[in-house]
Each structure stands twice: as C-alpha cells, then as structure tokens.
Design a protein around this ligand. Structure first.
Ligand code: FES
Ligand SMILES: [Fe+2]
Length: 340
C-alpha cells in the first residue's frame, strides 16, 4: 500500500473549478468531494457511511451536501446535520474532512491534522496568479505513473532535447549548459545556466532569433511535488532582470499509486495580448505535456513492471540529481512522520 505524506499541502484544484456544484477528485488515493461554503472550500470523504453512495452525486444545499441515496446531510466539517428519517443523528454519521485554503487561485488541501496546518508553508505561486487570466494560461493533464516519476521528469530538464522535439527542444543548448542543485532544506533548486546561446523560443517577438543571449531554466521544488520554473534569457552578459522571463507552475498531486494530477500554468511568453498567443501556448503545452512527457513517463514506469524504483538500481548521470534528491527527501519526510 502506498503511504502518502500527511503534514503537507496538496494542490486539490484551481479555485474556479469549485463553483456552485460538487467536484469529485481523487487525492492521495481517497475520493474527495469539494464544495464551496461561506467559510471557503470544504473537502470531505466522498462516501456516505450509510450505504456508501458518493456524496458528489448528491446535491449542495446551502453550505451542506445532501447524500443522493437516502438524504443524510453533512456540513463542511463532515458532521451529519440532518437525518430525514429521525430527529436522532447517529454518532457514526460523519465523514472525514480535510482543511483547505485558497491561495494564488489554487485550492490547497492539508493532508493531515487541521491543527497542524500552517498557511505559511504553502509554496509561493504569486508569479502565476491571475484573476482574469489575461496574463496566464493554465492546463491540466493526468499522468499515468506515480507522482515521483513526474518529479524525475521536471527536476531533470535535460530530457527536453529528446522528448520535446516537437515543442521545447532548443537546438542542443542544454548540452552546453551548466547544471546546479541547491539544497535549501524544504526547498530544492535544479538550475540550468546556458550562457552565449541563440535567443530561445520564449523570447520570440522580442529578440531576433540570432541574437546571442544568456539563457536559464531555474526549477524550484517544494514537497510533495509543487514545482515552479523560471525561464529566462537576457542579452549575453547583461543583468538577468533586464531579460525576457516567463514564470510557470508545475504542480503534481498524487491521485492514486499509479496516477497523478498535473496542474500547470505559464505566464504568456511575451506581451502580445491576444487570443492567438493563448491558442499558441495552449497548443504548444498540450503537445509538450500530453503528447511528449506523458507517454514517455508512462512507458518508463510501465517498463519497471512493478519493480521498486531503487531495487531496479537506476543509473546516475548527474543531470538526474534533482529527482534523486527529491525522492530521498520525500522518503526522509515520510519516515519522520511515521516516527512522530
Ligand atoms: S447512502 Fe447516504 S444516506 Fe444512505
Ligand atoms: Fe518535459
């Protein structure tokens, strides 16, 4: 059985996914129903303890959810507040509830005891916050592999020249790049620095394609799998702040032991404020994540045929150090929770 970290924030979805209705989402191998109340977003186990109907098939009435089968009604804390057949509510009529918070247009769900939830530890994604989506394009895909395989992919961008031939490949510039890992405890950085290369694609429309630039890809990780990528380029030798910078979120949430929610967001590549830019980015990213990353991640995972990742003795090339460190950190965090 897969064990998941409890005392950590998981992205449960985008804020605007939870409107008037009920949203069912599988998170760390639990079916969870999300709905809006006056206090925020409620997150309850999506299974009525009477005859196990999914509450997400029921109805939201005020701040409560009514079971679709026999009408037991639960509030946002998971407590049964109405039994249509009696004035007595059985003590066992309650469902698990999780604490949530909304930040940067995302719903964050605390996996453990609500009393331990610390809003300060939600990673900063203000760089992709955009209330009316004029600045940011978002998307979602479901990876068919455990979330650690998605982390391996994102913390090691050396794959872009091979996997992303149809989207992000950058004429081999990554081969001349310098890769560094910075371990800051709860934060791990996996950064690529590629000085003196031709203007990368995200600068299109700003720099001439032949211009010599310094290019960087800075990836930040926070547990369990909340990653943020800065893609930048500036005229060679200039200060980075003067450059063209795109900010991205790559946030993975385990759905089940073999499936992973992949939420992504990117600021537009440049200042062209048009639907055309959005379409271009949506098509490019869908190609990159759905048609390029997703199949290779699944194929690699399937190829283990159920064998444990470490038992298979993965070869180390150095470039993969980010993913390896994260796996080790997650293992240490899990161990620490178990011995609490
Ligand atoms: S299954 Fe929910 S009230 Fe019966
Ligand atoms: Fe990729």
């Amino acid at each position: 059985m897969t064990t998941y970290l409890r005392n950590i924030w998981y992205m449960a979805g985008w804020s605007d996914e939870v409107g008037e209705g009920l949203l069912s989402r599988r998170i760390f191998d639990r079916n969870i129903v999300l709905f809006r109340t006056k206090d925020g977003v409620a997150a309850l186990a999506d299974r009525c303890p009477h005859r196990f109907a999914p509450l997400s098939l029921g109805e939201k009435v005020g701040d409560n959810v009514v079971c679709p089968y026999h009408g037991l009604t639960y509030d946002g804390s998971g407590k049964c507040v109405r039994n249509p057949f009696s004035d007595t509510i059985p003590a066992a009529a309650r469902v698990d509830a999780w604490h949530t918070l909304e930040k940067h247009g995302m719903i964050w769900l605390w996996g453990g005891d609500p009393k331990e939830a610390n809003p300060q530890t939600i990673p900063d994604f203000s760089m992709v916050e955009d209330n009316d989506f004029t600045r940011v394009v978002r998307g979602y895909t479901l990876l068919e592999a455990p979330f650690e395989f998605g982390i391996d992919n994102l913390m090691d961008l050396s794959h872009i020249e091979y996997v992303h031939k149809g989207s992000f490949a950058g004429n081999g510039v990554i081969f001349s790049g310098k890769h560094t890992i910075k371990d800051e405890g709860n934060t791990l950085r996996s950064n690529w620095w590629m000085p003196g290369v031709k203007a990368p694609p995200h600068t299109v429309g700003v720099y001439p394609p032949d211009m010599e630039t310094d290019h960087w890809l800075d990836m930040r990780w926070n547990a369990p799998a909340s990653m943020q990528l800065e893609i930048g380029a500036c005229p060679a030798g200039a200060a980075r702040e003067t450059g063209v910078i795109a900010q991205q979120a790559h946030i993975l949430t385990p759905a089940s032991p073999t499936t992973t929610h992949y939420f992504w967001a990117t600021t537009r590549y440049h200042d062209l404020d048009s639907a055309e830019t959005d379409d271009f980015l949506r098509t490019l990213f869908a190609q990159a994540f759905d048609e390029e990353d997703k199949p290779i991640i699944k194929a690699a995972y399937d190829n283990l045929e159920g064998q444990d990742f470490w038992d298979a003795q993965p070869l180390s090339l150095g470039i993969d150090a980010g993913g390896t460190r994260v796996r080790r950190k997650l293992e240490a965090m899990l161990k620490a929770e178990r011995t609490d």
